[in-house]
Design a protein around this ligand. Structure first.
Ligand SMILES: Nc1ncnc2c1ncn2[C@@H]1O[C@H](COP(=O)(O)OP(=O)(O)OP(=O)(O)O)[C@@H](O)[C@H]1O
Ligand SMILES: [Mg+2]
Length: 205
């Protein structure tokens, strides 16, 4: 079993979008995947409830109200969807359990400012495990000024951008149907699936 935590204390950064799509990817690749929803809002579980039984199956449960002691061993992959505002002992607890940490960041001055302290504290928490952390540039075209701003901002933390995900209604529409961009029909999401390749490669390293 391997696990990936998706976290950023800033609300609306794209955590649940990343978590549900990554879960969809694992399911379509034939892996046993469990989506662990750590958020009281339970958006990931809602997504799962919308999911058509004809689609590749995913498991999931809510674990936001207790200390997480262990993860389900029977899964190939566990995806943890963290809540906004996550910090302190709960964050430390989740970081300890996860093999990899993905941090979606929207390149706006507000989002970057709200993420700054979190990225700083990760340095402390993950001493010696820095390779486990990857940034996902969310809702951005890599050729734009916004992307450049994000890259400059991240230089302070020495963390890699492992993927750029564009702003598209495809994610909004997929979410509404309990789907990911990796679910059929595949022709609809070709460009989006292409964008995920470096992230999936990074997870495998
Ligand atoms: N790449 C994208 N393109 C278009 N819309 C997106 C994209 N990523 C996320 N969104 C939309 O942005 C909103 C916030 O995303 P999401 O719910 O994934 O963030 P979150 O970090 O989980 O929020 P919260 O902190 O409230 O849990 C949602 O409406 C989602 O559909
Ligand atoms: Mg969420």
């Amino acid at each position: 079993m391997r696990s990936v935590l998706i976290a950023n204390p800033k609300g609306g950064a794209g955590k649940t979008t990343l978590a549900t799509n990554l879960t969809g990817y694992f399911a379509n690749a034939g892996h046993k995947v469990t989506l662990c929803d750590l958020d009281r809002q339970q958006s990931s579980l809602r997504w799962m409830a919308f999911r058509d039984a004809a689609m590749p199956p995913v498991n999931g449960y809510f674990a936001g109200n207790q200390m997480l002691v262990s993860l389900p061993k029977e899964a190939d992959w566990v995806v943890l969807d963290a809540p906004a505002g996550l910090q302190g002992y709960k964050l430390t607890d989740y970081l300890r359990l996860a093999d990899k940490v993905l941090i979606p960041v929207v390149p706006s001055v507000f989002d970057m400012a709200a993420t700054e302290d979190f990225l700083g504290s990760l340095r402390q928490d993950l001493r010696g495990r820095r390779a486990a952390v990857g940034i996902v540039a969310m809702r951005v075209d890599p050729r734009t000024r916004a992307a450049g701003m994000l890259e400059t901002f991240l230089q302070h933390f020495d963390l890699p951008i492992v993927c750029y995900i564009r702003n598209t209604q495809n994610y909004v529409n997929a979410a509404a149907g309990g789907l990911s961009v990796f679910d059929p029909p595949h022709s609809r999401h070709r460009r989006d699936v292409e964008q995920w390749k470096p992230l999936l490669q990074w997870l495998d390293d």
